[in-house]
Design a protein around this ligand. Structure first.
Ligand SMILES: [Zn+2]
Length: 171
């Protein structure tokens, strides 16, 4: 007799509901929605709407990109070097934030999916730890992004809002 089957394959992406996603965002303890931070699945750069705006995105672009397309796409940082490479040039490249990755591409390497009943799963970068998120918020503020003009409380995108989560999944 085999043991009870598990819901998801252990090697597949972690699947969470919108409610769990909201709770994990809240748990970062950042001051505003735009500081909720994600970690690029390829280069490990911690990024948020605020950091994307600092890198050159409009707030609307940043909302679409966050947790889905890496900040390096805004700065033309280029692809992330293979872990096997370690020349001086490669080490210098690794000091630059971001890479050209987007979860909309052909290769599916993401580790997190947000699941809404009746819809295909929404792939997302993993959420940053509270420490990473707060570090990024401090760094972004120190670099001159004072936050949005309108006062926004922590508000997480959900399925029916016109935000990153509501975008069409990649074709
Ligand atoms: Zn990246």
């Amino acid at each position: 007799m085999s043991a009870a089957t598990t819901a998801a394959a252990p090697s597949g992406p972690r699947q969470i509901t919108v409610e769990q996603f909201h709770a994990e965002c809240q748990a970062q303890g950042v001051s505003a929605y735009e500081n909720i931070a994600f970690v690029c699945v390829i280069c490990g750069t911690v990024q948020s709407i605020a950091s994307l705006v600092l890198a050159g995105a409009t707030p609307e672009e940043a909302e679409r990109m966050v947790g889905f397309s890496c900040e390096g796409r805004l700065t033309k940082a280029g692809p992330w070097p293979s872990p096997k490479k370690n020349s001086a040039d490669v080490r210098k490249r690794r000091q630059r934030r971001g890479c050209d990755w987007t979860l909309g591409g052909l290769f599916r390497v993401h580790k997190l999916e947000i699941v809404i009943e009746g819809e295909p799963p929404y792939p997302r970068f993993e959420l940053a730890t509270p420490e990473q998120a707060r570090d990024l918020e401090r760094t972004v503020k120190a670099r001159g992004h004072a936050g949005s003009e309108t006062e926004r409380v922590v508000r997480i995108p959900d399925a029916d809002s016109n935000s990153g989560l509501a975008e069409s999944p990649p074709a």
